[in-house]
Design a protein around this ligand. Structure first.
Ligand code: C2E
Ligand code: CA
Ligand code: CA
Length: 654
């Protein structure tokens, strides 16, 4: 449940973001559609109003112009009528004047329609009455021009018609001014309306831009989250980290920085014992602790999660000791379910300082190599990369690559190193030790066993050796050569295999070997899990009457509890016991340890006996079994066979 909650932290964030985007896009679409419709209707109404205004303006000015021009035309006819001499011409002019009069009357009517009950009414009335009065008086001029003298007509025209025309003209021009004023007022109003619409359009545009920018920011954030951020811990992921390391600032100051690969010691334990949900919660808190250490602003440091409990960081090289000191042991409060659990986490770090010309990917790889090295060492948690590590890794990879073929080709040889009973100087047993014959060279086990052990291949090799031992035993027996008990080395990795004991027994019965010839050597182990499995295995062997030996005693931690609780037959003292037997105190200590082993009913044998003095010393402290160059180096099959045939050592007295 909680796992889902923890994981969902990131997912909820993303869901919220994508909801915000969808919501904003919908709002944006609505705003866009409505604003387009609204602006369209506003603009069309303004255009309509403007068109109506233009039409009205044109019509009004046309009518007024028409009145002006028809009045002038009429006046011309009158003048021409007065000065014309023929009757026919006078009649024509009278007819023309009559039609102009009609047009004038209809224009006056039109003005009336247009301006009745408006503020122009007075002006209209004055124009209309003057035009009508003029037309009435003009009739008199026509009558007079037929009978009176031109001087009388002139005088009459001067006194009456011109006055009217002047009044009409002045009224028309003030009327035009009024119209113009009016028009410009309406135009101003329209302009203001247009400005308002422009403002509205601008506001809508701003809202649309703001919404779009919002959408863009959110979608940018969302895509950034999806592409660059680890959903569980909410810290950057590995790709983002690589991108960051390529930034110009880092590249320019490359030699000031170091890449650090980090992981949590025994993270699997948390996952297995407390559940993966707890593991997730732990990773979230651990990432927060890592974040605490980085200083992005000041030093532009950066951390990221690679996968599982694997993290990576770029730190200023001179800050690495402070950071690793902190990470070595971190006390954390892990929020899990409704409770908070206190957990102490130990980190392992591999550090690779960056150098000019070094690619980030190479540095990352180097830091991982260093981390792998740290993982191999149980008590070291921070390792700085050295080029030797890469070389070692290359060799390891080569070994692994060649291993299967080497097994098939029987390239692994079994040597036997005699064990000697120092009281009789007689061969009493031996240890099977593997060698690799490759390309004509005999490769010693320390060059390949640790690699095979790291990669888990050693178990296959151990059984290969064990089978060879059984085969050799069976051969010697069938040849009538009495063999000795042969001890075979088995890596502690076998203890993880529930069928380990069964597999051993199966091979023994396959070759039909008497179990008294078999001894299983196990190295002491420090882990509690291993100890339990070891006890189970040793007990099974005991039931089957197969000897077990604890190898390299004195090099691990759990030696004493092992001695007390494990029902093993033989304790093999490591070479270092002899190398350390220099002072009386040390000698005393060794004596006491041997006494303790014997008191607990275990046999004891010492490895690495090279000199007669060492043999003497061992005998003096009640250790009577020895294995070492003093007697024999590990011998190839045939040489050892000879030793089986003549099992007594004749040592030259030193
Ligand atoms: P080990 O089991 O402690 O084997 C004893 C090692 O000490 C052998 O090295 C042996 O040659 C060496 N030795 C014996 N007497 C003397 C001496 O007087 N002086 C010195 N300096 N060395 C002496 P070797 O054969 O090189 O084996 C090294 C290690 O390889 C073994 O240590 C064992 O841990 C491992 N090994 C060898 N064969 C196997 C195998 O079949 N399976 C497994 N799992 N490990 C093996
Ligand atoms: Ca051994
Ligand atoms: Ca040993």
């Amino acid at each position: 449940m909680k796992k889902i909650q923890e994981r969902s932290k990131g997912i909820v964030k993303k869901k919220r973001m994508s909801f915000a985007i969808r919501f904003s896009v919908i709002i944006l679409s609505f705003i866009t559609v409505f604003s387009i419709l609204y602006l369209r209707s506003c603009l069309s109404s303004i255009t309509d109003q403007y068109t109506a205004l233009m039409i009205q303006e044109t019509r009004r000015t046309d009518t007024v112009h028409s009145i002006e021009s028809h009045l002038a035309e009429h006046q011309t006819y009158i003048f021409e009528h007065v000065i014309s001499t023929s009757d026919e011409e006078k009649n024509n002019l009278e007819i023309k004047a009559q039609s102009t009069k009609k047009e004038l009357m209809s224009e006056v009517q039109e003005l009336r329609k247009e301006f009745k009950d408006t503020k122009y009414d007075i002006r209209y009335k004055s124009i209309a009455s003057n035009v009508i009065n003029y037309l009435l008086d003009s009739e008199t001029v026509f009558t007079m021009s037929h009978s009176d003298t031109p001087e009388q007509v002139d005088e009459y025209m001067e006194n009456t018609l011109v006055d009217y025309i002047n009044t009409v003209n002045s009224n028309v021009s003030s009327f035009k001014n009024m119209l113009e004023d009016d028009m410009s007022e309406v135009r101003n109003e329209l302009e203001t309306n247009t400005k308002v619409i422009y403002m509205q359009a601008l506001i809508i545009l701003c809202v649309l831009i703001a919404c779009s920018v919002f959408c863009l920011i959110i979608s940018f954030k969302l895509s950034h989250e999806i592409i660059n951020i680890d959903p569980l811990t909410q810290i950057p992921n590995f790709d983002y980290f690589l991108g960051y390391c390529e930034k110009p600032f880092i590249r320019k100051n490359l030699s000031n920085y170091a890449i650090m690969s980090i992981d949590i010691k025994g993270f699997q334990y948390f996952n297995q014992q407390l559940g993966t949900s707890f593991g997730d919660a732990l990773l979230v808190e651990y990432a927060a602790q890592l974040k605490k250490n980085k200083s992005r602003k000041r030093y532009r440091e950066f951390i990221a999660r690679v996968n599982g409990d694997s993290f990576i960081a770029i730190h200023k090289t001179d800050r690495i000791p402070v950071i690793t000191d902190y990470l070595r042991q971190v006390d954390m409060n892990v929020r899990f379910g409704d409770s908070v659990q206190k957990v102490t986490v130990y980190s392992r770090c591999g550090v690779c300082p960056l150098e000019k010309g070094m690619s980030i990917m190479d540095a990352v790889e180097n830091s991982r190599t260093a981390l792998r090295e740290a993982k191999k060492l149980s008590n070291t948690s921070i390792i700085w990369y050295t080029p030797k590590m890469s070389e070692k890794e290359r060799n390891s990879k080569e070994t692994i690559a060649k291993f299967s073929k080497a097994i098939k080709n029987n390239e692994f040889l079994v040597y036997y190193q005699p064990k000697v009973d120092m009281t009789t100087n007689r061969l009493s047993g031996c240890e099977a030790l593997v060698r690799w014959m490759h390309d004509g060279k005999l490769i010693p086990p320390f060059s390949f066993i640790p690699v095979l052990e790291d990669e888990g291949y050693v178990t296959e090799l151990d059984f290969y050796v064990f089978e060879k031992v059984c085969k050799d035993l069976s051969e010697w027996i069938s040849k009538g050569i009495e063999p000795v008990r042969i001890s075979s080395n088995f890596s502690k990795l076998h203890l993880k295999n529930k069928r380990f004991a069964d597999d051993v027994l199966e091979i023994i019965s396959q070759y039909n070997i008497d179990k008294k010839y078999i001894e299983i050597e196990l190295t002491e182990s420090s882990g509690y899990d291993d100890f339990e499995a070891m006890t189970e295995f040793v007990n099974k062997m005991k039931i089957e009457n197969i000897h077990t030996a604890i190898d390299d005693f004195g090099t691990g931690y759990s030696s004493l509890s092992l001695l007390k609780d494990l029902d093993i037959d033989v304790v093999k003292l490591d070479k270092s016991f002899l190398n350390g037997a220099n002072t009386d105190l040390q000698k005393q200590m060794i004596e006491n340890i041997i006494k303790m082993i014997r008191d607990l009913h275990h046999d004891v044998i010492c490895e690495g006996v090279e000199t007669e003095q060492q043999a003497q010393f061992l005998k003096s402290v009640n250790c009577f079994m020895a294995q070492g160059y003093l007697y024999d180096k590990p011998l190839p099959h045939d040489d050892f066979e000879k030793r089986l045939v003549s099992p007594v050592y004749e040592l030259e007295k030193e």
